[in-house]
Write a protein that binds this ligand. Structure first.
Ligand SMILES: Nc1ncnc2c1ncn2[C@@H]1O[C@H](COP(=O)(O)OP(=O)(O)O)[C@@H](O)[C@H]1O
Ligand SMILES: [Mg+2]
Length: 270
């Protein structure tokens, strides 16, 4: 039978990243990363703080370039950022002097689009994420959860081929985090978007992902890859969920023995 293969959007081929820390020392953050993100995927990247998750996401978005291997975007080496790849960061990156509506429309504005060309799309997105009533508010007037919804809406507005999210809910309390997880899953289902989300939270990684990878070790590598597309993983009280959760906690624990002890004063890079 003829089967349509899904389009590969992002493809890491034996990717490594070494940071030059100063003139005499270099730090190898990642090595041997092979990862394919296909159309409609929801990939979650799980790992300890400092393990290289943000580095991997920045490589996937073209924010930084690999020191070895290649990141292919639609088959072509990624050489920098592109509007076709959206990024949502953990911390609030909204423009404080712009309203919700203006923040969401900003990506169009910087691309030289006139307001009539994008006003409808901005309105559509605001309605979709439940922010229409808040459209004239400024970021300081919003709760943490609303700010993250604006950030997600802003990235989705220009319809990127893939949306990268770096611990987007980590700063929020557990109730709000759960609501936004549902919200994000809803968006993913409705829009058939392709998403890659980084988290250090095992539960979040299982609940949201269709494919889950664990980055661990030093230098960071993919130490585990799990297909979690089955519906049983959407229920965090199911046996398969709990078994996998326990397994992943163990994998993360074992792969992070190199990390600094908790009592040392190391700034967490987020
Ligand atoms: N620009 C940089 N220069 C030097 N080292 C960096 C840089 N960015 C990240 N690192 C280091 O790479 C490691 C992984 O960082 P990061 O990807 O932010 O981890 P995570 O997101 O998993 O917490 C850390 O040890 C961090 O200090
Ligand atoms: Mg990080």
């Amino acid at each position: 039978m003829h089967q349509l293969s899904k389009q590969v959007i992002l493809d890491c081929k034996n990717v490594g990243k070494t940071f030059q820390r100063d003139r005499n020392s270099a730090f190898e953050a990642l090595m041997h990363i092979d990862l394919e993100v296909t159309q409609g995927d929801f990939v979650t990247i799980l790992g300890q703080s400092g393990g290289g998750k943000s580095t991997l996401l920045k490589l996937l978005g073209g924010f930084i370039l690999p020191t070895s291997g290649q990141v292919l975007f639609h088959g072509v080496p990624l050489e920098g950022i592109t509007p076709r790849i959206g990024m949502v960061f953990q911390e609030n990156t909204l423009y404080p002097w712009l309203t919700v509506e203006q923040n969401i429309g900003f990506s169009f504005k910087v691309r030289g689009k006139a307001k009539p060309q994008y006003a409808l799309r901005v309105q559509e997105v605001m309605e979709h994420v439940g922010l229409f009533q808040a459209r004239n508010l400024y970021p300081h007037q919003l709760s943490g959860g609303m700010k993250q919804r604006v950030s997600i809406a802003r990235s989705l507005a220009i319809q990127p081929d893939v949306l990268l999210l770096d611990e987007p809910f980590s700063a929020l309390d557990i109730q709000l985090r759960r609501r936004l997880q549902k919200f994000l899953l809803g968006i993913w289902q409705e829009t058939a978007a392709t998403m890659v989300l980084v988290t250090h939270d095992v539960e979040e990684a299982i609940l949201l992902g269709q494919k889950l990878i664990v980055v661990g070790g030093q230098p960071g590598q993919i130490v585990e890859a799990v297909d979690i597309s089955s519906a049983t993983f959407r229920d965090r009280y199911s046996r398969s969920f709990l078994t996998l959760q326990q397994h992943l906690e163990q994998v993360i624990g074992e792969s992070s023995d190199f990390l600094e002890p908790l009592n040392s004063v190391t700034p967490i890079t987020g």
